[in-house]
Write a protein that binds this ligand. Structure first.
Ligand code: HEM
Length: 226
């Protein structure tokens, strides 16, 4: 049993980095095309990703299965661990607790976000080309905008702090100097990545996406599917 749990923890840890963290970076760049190129730029980025060969296989093997394993096993780890920050003396103990709390928030956020976007495409309610307009409809609702901001901060903390922990647990950053240096690097990554996702959320609130959103609403009403 102990051996099983050791390997499950290692797989959980590895999947957090390869491929999930890699996916997060690619997702951040796709979304950022909404800032750089507006509605057309975002459409082109989505088209490019979905034009890749065997994209569905890549998605299932590279995102869905690792996310399911890492997410569900992560909830189990978080549930099992004893979070009592009152006893903690060092920043790193707080980081340990926050890694678990941010994991739970990320789980809720990712599930809801996937339902609002990818699942809607899967159900045939929207097409890939409507994703910019769909995001506009979501983030122009102030409650959702707030929810998405919390989700972005929690998931980016989870990603950056998780990368710090990964480098320690796999014996890559060993001494205190290396770990301190790594803290600075991942803090900077946290700030940049959060900033880029926030900039995309703000871009999706823009009029350019709103126009597209109005067109989608009209089409939906005409087709009587909304
Ligand atoms: C979907 C919900 C998620 C949950 C519930 C979750 C939960 C957790 C938990 C509890 C840990 C700490 C494991 C430990 O210290 O032993 C962890 C580590 C980690 N997670 Fe997640 N996670 C989720 C999503 C993600 C995503 C989307 C990414 C990619 C950005 C990610 C990347 C990482 C990394 C890099 C680690 C560090 C691995 C290590 O300690 O070696 N996680 N996760």
């Amino acid at each position: 049993m102990k051996g099983n749990s050791y390997y499950s923890r290692r797989i959980h840890s590895l999947l957090g980095v390869i491929p999930l963290s890699m996916f997060i970076i690619s997702h951040m760049l796709t979304n950022f095309s909404a800032v750089e190129g507006g509605a057309e730029g975002f459409k082109a980025a989505v088209k490019f990703i979905n034009g890749l060969p065997i994209v569905l296989v890549l998605e299932i093997v590279g995102i869905w299965l690792p996310l399911l394993f890492h997410g569900i096993y992560g909830l189990y780890i978080a549930y099992q661990s004893n979070i009592n920050t009152g006893q903690f003396q060092y920043g790193r103990n707080w980081a340990f607790a926050l890694q678990r709390i941010s994991g739970v928030i990320t789980f809720i956020f990712v599930a809801w976000h996937v339902y609002q976007t990818r699942i809607q495409v899967l159900l045939g309610n929207i097409s890939y080309g409507d994703l910019g307009a769909t995001m506009n409809a979501i983030v122009t609702n102030n409650l959702y905008f707030f929810f998405y901001m919390i989700g972005v901060v929690a998931s980016m903390f989870h990603f950056s702090n998780g990368m710090w922990a990964f480098l320690v647990s796999w014996g890559i950053t060993v001494g205190p100097r290396a770990q301190r240096f790594s803290s600075y690097v991942w803090m900077i990554v946290f700030v940049i990545a959060t900033g880029m996702f926030m900039a995309s959320l703000l871009a999706f609130r823009g009029d350019e996406f709103k126009d597209a959103s109005a067109a989608v609403e009209t089409l939906r009403t005409l087709a009587n599917i909304g």
